[in-house]
Ligand binder design. Structure first.
Ligand code: SF4
Length: 677
């Protein structure tokens, strides 16, 4: 194992223990299972059954249903029976928070129970308590006493279990010793896992969810490392980003978190949590899973199990030795670079819009990438999500560009460009190493292919020696490998090892037919590299493709800025942390989220949580600046950080009260004006 996965340079699935959930097998190289959760009231049997069926028909292989108390846990039997009567035997999962007695009922009825180790035994008090070693051990003993009966029931009934840690609901005990950290999340699950192992109960899946993909990715990686070190074996992983929100942002956040780990070969089941009807989560799951379909065949016999190549897509790259590794996959640290113009150094990652397939670019084309020309003032209005560079071919623009926008062109176009303060050349490594050709004195994009099959590996040593002190060279990395992310990551490691501090950007191409697939593709490939601290810029499109693929440039630009926002590397808009809703939800979450979004979506950098219930909402809203939480029928409680500011506000005035709260805390600006140049 390399730190936390089988390979850092190729897709190679992690071997995990096999878990049986009803008739469904999970882990141990079985296909990555897709699941979701109902949003209906669990006491409404027919509504829950019908929603479950919609999810199953869409492709959900497991359906989770909340069981907040004994009543709902008991009603799971009616739901299960009605599903069976209608011909559906898909395994059901009971979702438990705070109520061991509900878990003990549910474990006798459904195929799997999910417990949250942050609140199964502990009541969160938001107190920073000090624990001596003896007190800590006493607490663990208390958990053992309360948790063991559930384990015994699960063993007796053949019920599986997920120990599902959430970043936002760590116990005071864990917080006191580890803080609000990925390590705290891991330890929270490990306390429960050790108790289960002591009882020889192994039908367990684990999760480490957070709304921040960075925290979530680090926690899962640390969990694998910890299990491997302590047990020499790993339990299957359920991957998910909590409170991801809705629409494009929710999909991007989920794809970055889940996809980064899947690229590492981790993950046995996934759930994409969207603030939408649960069946809409399934196509996103499918798009994620199909990236690895050829690499994850079910093995039916022991001899097949020995054939590790079924789970491996060779990149032709040697594995990286684990010693003297130049970055940590467990904590975020941006790769140190010097700045060239606005790329690298302390600058946020730039966005280079690929407009190369537009034959004749007009000012209107720039609207899709954040620039609006105002004829009246003869000025450009520049939005917060405006691309920094455009990549074009075979043309020089015949209109004045906005002041902040620059152009990247292939060398043959650059040499003829009249304004070399705005146009910068893209060179291949041969051109770059050729001393006889003219270069830009300010900025040259130097393309480096990262080990693509069929391409010669560039003469790296010569290239590194030349580029190291060149304060004009921005390294532009790409790969056509199936393992493009891993191949580019491999090159980043080489840059670090060879002490190359030039800024480096990535060029990421996609040949997918739909924008949904493109969104997943770019989020996974670029998101994974950004979370590892690489990337001083991103460019998505069809740079190296001859075919003309229809492109929605506005959406491509929005995806690029969405990925930077979700990885928290460049903030250009408001961030929404909204729960997917469930049977506990006290208001129409989708409609309310849309209403809040419509009045606050100009508040760049402000994080607003919209949570369905007061039981889990405050804990799960993570690092939101403000919270809008359902606290009773028709009642909303407003938070600033973790503090209650306005309790039980009538829901018809709650959005106005939220705006007042933003104003009182200087987080409000009038929706207005964009910068003009
Ligand atoms: S926060 Fe939302 S998803 Fe979580 S339990 Fe409450 S209503 Fe359900």
């Amino acid at each position: 194992m390399q730190f936390y996965c089988e390979s850092l340079t190729e897709y190679k699935r992690l071997k995990t223990k096999e878990v049986k959930i009803g008739d469904l097998l999970l882990g141990n190289f079985h296909p990555i299972r897709i699941q979701t959760m109902t949003t209906t009231d669990t006491m409404d049997t027919i509504a829950t059954v019908e929603q479950s069926i919609r999810c199953i028909e869409a492709g959900s292989e497991l359906v989770r249903i909340t069981a907040p108390s004994k009543r709902e846990a008991e009603n799971l039997l009616n739901i299960k029976n009605e599903l069976k009567r209608r011909g559906y035997t898909t395994p059901l999962v009971a979702d438990i928070h705070f109520t061991p007695n509900a878990a003990e009922i549910a474990a006798r009825i459904v195929e799997k129970v999910r417990v949250n180790p942050g609140n199964y035994v502990d009541k969160k008090k938001f107190e920073q308590l000090e624990y001596s070693d003896a007190e800590y051990a006493e607490e663990i003993e208390r958990i053992r006493e309360r948790f063991t009966p559930l384990i015994k029931i699960c063993k007796e009934y053949g019920t599986a279990m997920r120990i599902g840690t959430n970043h936002g609901s760590l116990s005071d005990r864990i917080m006191s010793r580890y803080g609000d950290t990925p390590m705290g999340m891991v330890e929270s699950a490990m306390e429960f896992l050790r108790i289960a192992r002591n009882e020889s109960y192994h039908n367990i899946v684990l999760s480490m969810k957070a709304s921040n993909p960075q925290v979530m990715v680090q926690a899962y990686r640390l969990l694998v490392k910890t299990m491997d070190e302590e047990f020499k074996e790993c339990y299957p992983l359920h991957l998910g980003v909590t409170e991801a929100g809705d629409g494009e942002d929710g999909r991007i956040k989920s794809a970055i978190g889940i996809g980064t780990l899947m690229e590492d070969g981790l993950g046995d089941t996934i759930r994409v949590s969207l603030t939408e009807d649960p069946e809409f989560e399934i196509p996103v799951c499918k798009d994620l899973v199909k990236r690895y379909e050829n690499s994850q065949k079910v093995r039916k016999s022991e001899s097949q199990k020995a054939d590790i190549s079924n789970n491996k897509v060779s990149s032709g790259l040697p594995d990286l030795p684990s010693f003297n590794f130049p970055y940590s996959p467990f904590e975020y640290k941006r790769r140190e670079t010097f700045a060239i113009d606005n790329i690298g150094g302390k600058h946020v990652p730039v966005v280079i819009a690929d407009l190369s397939k537009i034959e004749k670019i007009t000012p209107e084309d720039l609207q899709s990438i954040g620039y609006i020309y105002d004829e009246l003032t003869d000025k450009w209005n520049i939005g917060d999500a405006a691309a920094d560079y455009i990549f074009i071919v075979n043309q020089e623009l015949d209109f004045a560009l906005p002041g902040t926008l620059k152009v990247a062109v292939f060398y043959k176009d650059w040499i003829n460009a009249s304004d070399k303060t705005k146009y910068f050349p893209i060179l291949d490594t041969d051109q770059y190493l050729d001393n006889t050709i003219q270069k830009s004195p300010a900025l040259n994009f130097v393309m480096v292919d990262c080990y693509s099959e069929g391409y010669p590996v560039p003469p790296l040593e010569t290239f590194f020696n030349r580029v190291r002190d060149d304060k004009t060279a921005v390294i532009s990395l790409s790969s056509t490998n199936k393992n493009a992310m891993q191949s580019i990551r491999r090159m980043y490691v080489e840059l670090e090892r060879n002490k190359i501090n030039n800024p480096a950007i990535i060029l990421c191409d996609s040949s997918h037919a739909t924008m949904d697939e493109n969104l997943i593709h770019y989020s996974v490939e670029a998101g994974a590299l950004l979370l590892d601290g690489f990337c001083d810029g991103i460019s998505f499109g069809h740079h190296f493709m001859n075919k003309n693929i229809p492109t929605d440039f506005r959406l491509m630009n929005s995806i690029a800025f969405g990925i930077l926002q979700a990885t928290r590397t460049r903030i250009s808009k408001t961030e929404y942390i909204s729960c997917p809703s469930c049977g506990r939800t006290l208001f129409d979450l989708q409609e309310t989220t849309a209403r809040i979004r419509s009045v606050t979506n100009h508040l760049k950098g402000v994080k607003i949580a919209i949570m369905g219930c007061i039981v889990n909402g405050p804990g799960e809203m993570a690092d939101a600046d403000f919270g809008y939480v359902g606290s009773g029928p028709g009642k909303i409680t407003l938070y600033k950080g973790k503090d209650v500011i306005k309790r039980n506000v009538n829901s018809d005035i709650a959005v106005d009260e939220l705006i007042n709260l933003l104003k009182e805390n200087d987080a409000w600006v009038e929706p207005a004006a964009v910068t003009q140049f």
